[in-house]
Design a protein around this ligand. Structure first.
Ligand code: SF4
Length: 217
């Protein structure tokens, strides 16, 4: 039974996908009452969006993680990133994308009377915590809800998420989320493939293969 000293704070955890929820949830559940918040208007195409949501639901059911789903705003995301289509991953488009998702999470936490919010985004080796933290902190200070700045990739966090995902049979995507990142991932793969000789009968994973592009988000 919780005594006043052991009552845990309520944390709304922005969740980009099932695999990225694994390790952060394991870390945070020791200290917080965690609710997962799936809000990712950046994910395209819709088939991919549905897959990532389905995997998040699967994990949430398996581990009994309360899940709030917000499936709005894909048009707003497209409008907000207009003119930034050619930005590389990690550039200006991503700043808009991070901000949009974190701000919505903070507002949801407030409306639910929760104590703090955070995000699973920092689990990815491709996402810099030192870029994400100031955005979360600025939003938290402005709206009056604490942003928990946690770099989940640290201490082999990303590796741990791979192991969890494998054990639970979770689908892991191979690009960040938007169509621009999908295009970038394919180009990277094509460049890599063109740099090494192919065995006569072997192709390389390309459009729609779902394997070998990056496997780390
Ligand atoms: S690359 Fe990822 S973080 Fe950047 S805009 Fe696309 S979906 Fe958002």
């Amino acid at each position: 039974m919780n005594t006043p000293d052991t009552v845990r704070q309520k944390l709304l955890l922005h969740t980009c996908c099932g695999p990225c929820l694994t390790h952060p949830f394991q870390i945070l559940k020791r200290r917080y009452e965690v609710v997962s918040f799936f809000y990712n208007p950046n994910i395209q195409p819709q088939t991919e969006f549905r897959k990532r949501l389905a995997e998040t639901r699967k994990l949430s059911a398996e581990w009994d993680v309360p899940l709030v789903e917000c499936t709005e705003d894909s048009d707003l995301w497209i409008q907000s990133t207009k003119g930034l289509e050619q930005e590389p991953e990690g550039g200006a488009r991503c700043l808009v994308c991070y901000r949009m998702r974190l701000e919505r999470t903070a507002r949801e936490a407030l409306s639910r009377g929760m104590d703090c919010f955070s995000t699973t985004l920092t689990l990815s080796p491709h996402k810099r915590a030192d870029v994400i933290f100031p955005i979360g902190e600025e939003i938290g200070n402005r709206l009056g809800v604490v942003f928990l700045a946690e770099d989940f990739k640290k201490r082999d966090g990303f590796k741990a998420s791979l192991a969890w995902s494998r054990d639970l049979g979770l689908y892991r995507q191979n690009y960040c989320g938007c169509l621009f990142s999908l295009r970038e991932a394919r180009m990277r793969l094509e460049r890599k493939a063109s740099q090494k000789p192919h065995p006569p009968s072997a192709g390389y994973p390309g459009k729609g293969s779902g394997s070998g592009i990056r496997g780390d988000v």
